[in-house]
Design a protein around this ligand. Structure first.
Ligand SMILES: [Fe+2]
Ligand SMILES: [Fe+2]
Length: 312
């Protein structure tokens, strides 16, 4: 087992909301560092997640949309660019799944108790992965049906990014969950915004389905982080703070021209990942009855890193 015990504390630069420049110059704890929730706690969150995504609410790429009506001419150039961007992000699923497999292994690298925890989490992870894979397939299908891309060319474009390794500069289990909480909410908000301006109703329908799924993914992560705060209190404050201090959206470090592209899609539909921070603050407030000094500092820090007011 390769475990790094070093958790870099935030610098004054990060307190000012600036980003740490490099993330690839050290390896991160894989498997992740404790604390881990008791398996029974995690099981309750997993059951709630599966209940929220019951059979009546599921959809599939083949039958949920009128693909023959998809029409890229109804989209602005910026909207087409946004579709290409989110397809790349969703299509990186094997990389995200690989991170979870390294972070929460199901083999002899971990002791029995950790395995029990990881096995429980896997009941979430495989379902989540299946849903994210559907997002990738739906966006691929849309691009082809609408005439944005040719399948062969698109496969190659996605593969060029997809083969790059994905990792996060986070060592603790709770950090990975808090990261996913922010990322899922940010994605949900962007899909909702893009849907309101999308010129093609087929794309709007796709984004509606995707946003609902992201909302359930967020709800699972919020449930888990809340349970951590209730159980562990101050002990998980620093690992959560670390998430905000280092936050970047997935693939920000690997997609060529990411920041230029990200700025462009922001012009198409309002997008600011720090909008999601307000939702993390709500989770902290729900979990903690009487805030300790450390929790107070955490909330102040998260709030200071936001660049926009709470969305209505
Ligand atoms: Fe997704
Ligand atoms: Fe998601």
């Amino acid at each position: 087992m390769t475990v790094s015990n070093t958790v870099t504390s935030a610098t004054s630069d990060q307190e000012a909301g600036q980003r740490r420049p490099a993330r690839s110059d050290r390896s991160f704890a894989r498997p992740v560092l404790p604390p881990l929730l008791p398996a029974s706690d995690l099981a309750a969150a997993v059951t709630a997640f599966h209940s929220a995504g019951s059979a009546a609410r599921r959809w599939d790429v083949e039958s949920a949309f009128r693909w023959d009506e998809a029409e890229a001419d109804r989209l602005t150039e910026g909207q087409r660019s946004a579709v290409r961007f989110i397809t790349l992000i969703e299509d990186h699923l094997p990389g995200y799944f690989d991170l979870y497999e390294r972070a929460f292994p199901l083999n002899s690298d971990v002791d029995l108790e950790t395995f029990i925890h990881n096995r429980e989490l896997y009941h979430f992870t495989v379902r989540w992965a299946q849903e994210e894979d559907s997002h990738a397939r739906a966006l691929f299908r849309y691009q082809v049906a609408a005439g944005i891309a040719e399948p062969e060319e698109l496969r190659r474009e996605l593969a060029a990014e997809g083969r790059k390794k994905f990792d996060l500069p986070l060592d603790h289990a709770v950090s990975l969950f808090a990261y996913a909480l922010v990322q899922e909410k940010a994605t949900q908000l962007y899909y909702q915004q893009l849907r309101t301006v999308a010129g093609d109703p087929v794309l709007a329908d796709v984004l509606t389905r995707l946003a609902r799924d992201e909302s359930r993914h967020f709800a699972f992560m919020a449930d888990v982080v809340e349970r951590y705060l209730r159980r562990e209190g101050d002990a998980v404050v620093e690992p959560i703070r670390e998430v905000i201090a280092t936050f970047r959206m997935p693939l920000a470090d690997t997609i060529r021209g990411y920041w230029r592209w990200a700025l462009r899609i922001r012009e198409v539909a309002h997008y600011d990942h720090t909008d999601a921070y307000a939702h993390l603050i709500r989770v902290v407030n729900r979990a903690v009855n009487a805030r300790s000094d450390r929790v107070n500092e955490l909330v102040t820090f998260i709030d200071a890193c936001r660049t926009a007011p709470v969305p209505a």
